[in-house]
Design a protein around this ligand. Sequence first.
Ligand SMILES: O=C(O)CCC(=O)C(=O)O
Ligand SMILES: [Fe+2]
Length: 210
Amino acid sequence: MNGLGESSAEQMLSHANVQRFPSSRLDLFIRRDFLDVRQCAQLIELIESNHRPSTIADYNGDDAFRTSSTCDLSTDQPVVAELAGALSRLSGIDPVYAEPLQGQRYEVGQEFKAHTDYFEPGSTDFDKYCSVAGQRTWTFMIYLNAVEAGGATRFRVIDKVIQPETGKLIAWNNRRPDGTPNAATLHHAMKVRKGFKYVITQWYRERPWA
Ligand SMILES: O=C(O)CCC(=O)C(=O)O
Ligand SMILES: [Fe+2]
């Protein structure tokens, strides 16, 4: 299955410096130095200038489930437009399938507990989030800084912990080869213990976003 809003292992590995995490459970890729120090600093500045409490799709009764802040990034900013273009070239996905780019900001003690990025089929909010653009397909995430302590992303099912590094991108397919949601993508943005953590999130959809 490789629809228009989807990347593929072949596409990802056609780029120099992209590494595949060896797992039969999940397609996960890592690209160090995807963004340079200047781009990361500019994006952090944008996030700092404008952020709101992060939200979750299906409220599960835990007010501490996602405690970070979110910044909606506009491609009117040159560095954001540059990033959107670079992500589209890497993923091979037309930007019309992309959700608006976001920055996520974590202070000491903040986290996003174990979750998947796809919307749970059959959940109360499924139609609200998926009726127009469909399900999320791939996630691309970039760490904008090396966190002083804590803040790693833990994929519990495949037992992989990824440490934030300035400019490092990770990407994964949220679905199995047959197109069903892949529960092995479960991941936890662990608590920051010292300093701040900034990441960029880019989610792609099955159908055009707008
Ligand atoms: O910050 C991280 O390490 C992960 C963020 C994340 O999983 C998300 O925003 O969906
Ligand atoms: Fe996530």
